[in-house]
Design a protein around this ligand. Structure first.
Ligand SMILES: Nc1ncnc2c1ncn2[C@@H]1O[C@H](COP(=O)(O)OP(=O)(O)O)[C@@H](O)[C@H]1O
Ligand SMILES: [Mg+2]
Length: 254
């Protein structure tokens, strides 16, 4: 059975794509078979991993026009279910209430093939994000230190609670990652605010930081993960610590 983790935040530019790629690379390097699902219509993850969005992708899988096993592509570091441009039509296409179960159903077709499935989601509260919440076992929230960030995090907790109460999912927030972290008063303040929020909303969730470094954008240009391209950079080390924390938590649960 795979563990399905969605990286979610309705805000853009907070490190969802970077976190998806880094955690997937770390899981692979620790010996776990890992699939990345790019559910984001901008297709950043697909691009940065060298996937081909014109060959196959999750849209056709969600439309049940293609078997998930046929849509998965191999990349240098892990397997990928690519995003495709048609994902932008998702809100108009998947309008039935039960459509939110489509990703969950599709992933059941590969649950014995992977240890981890890591889902990159789109900014904005749309149907694709709901599908990811419902398909996942855990949600991890990457966030920045902006003023409005906390209200976005609260709405993720609230949306998940709503789906749990409705019986759609058992997914929980496993943790929050403050990305592009710098040792400034703004970041330290935001850290405190998030830690307090965790105490209120979900005391067993982790809070971890990923330090800011230019290596993160350099690796994107080079189409590689930090784990492969800049292994000793600060964010690469921080993501390894987060992946190990996740693995440890899951092992303790077994
Ligand atoms: N630790 C980091 N240090 C420096 N830049 C980072 C770091 N993490 C992400 N970035 C950069 O921040 C931008 C937004 O990150 P990204 O992962 O694309 O966010 P999202 O997927 O939420 O839109 C990208 O340009 C990325 O290269
Ligand atoms: Mg992204």
């Amino acid at each position: 059975m795979s563990v399905i983790i969605a990286l979610a935040n309705q805000k853009g530019g907070v490190g969802k794509t970077t976190s998806t790629i880094e955690l997937a690379a770390c899981f692979t390097n620790r010996g776990y078979k890992t699939l990345v699902v790019d559910l984001e219509q901008q297709m950043d993850t697909t691009k940065y991993c060298g996937g081909d969005p014109f060959k196959s992708g999750c849209y056709k899988v969600l439309k049940e026009e293609m078997d998930i096993k046929d849509a998965i592509q191999e990349t240098d570091e892990f397997d990928l279910l690519p995003a495709t441009p048609e994902l932008s039509k998702a809100d108009d296409e998947f309008t039935k209430p039960t459509d939110v179960l489509k990703l969950k159903k599709a992933l059941q077709g590969i649950e014995d093939d992977y240890d981890f499935v890591v889902i990159d989601t789109n900014p904005g509260r749309n149907r694709l994000l709901n599908m990811a919440y419902i398909a996942s076992d855990y949600v991890i929230i990457p966030t920045d230190a902006d003023d409005g960030s906390v209200s976005g995090i609260i709405s993720i907790f609230d949306d998940l609670k709503e789906y749990k109460d409705a019986g759609w999912t058992d997914s929980d927030v496993m943790g929050i990652i403050l990305t592009r972290y710098e040792n400034t008063s703004m970041h330290r303040y935001q850290e405190e605010v998030i830690r307090e929020l965790i105490e209120v909303k979900q005391p067993d969730a982790f809070f971890m930081t990923v330090r800011k470094a230019i290596a993160a954008s350099e690796c994107k240009t080079e189409r590689t993960s930090l784990q492969k391209g800049k292994r000793n950079s600060k964010p690469a080390i921080d993501y390894r610590n987060i992946a190990d924390e996740i693995i440890e938590r899951l092992t303790e649960e077994d």
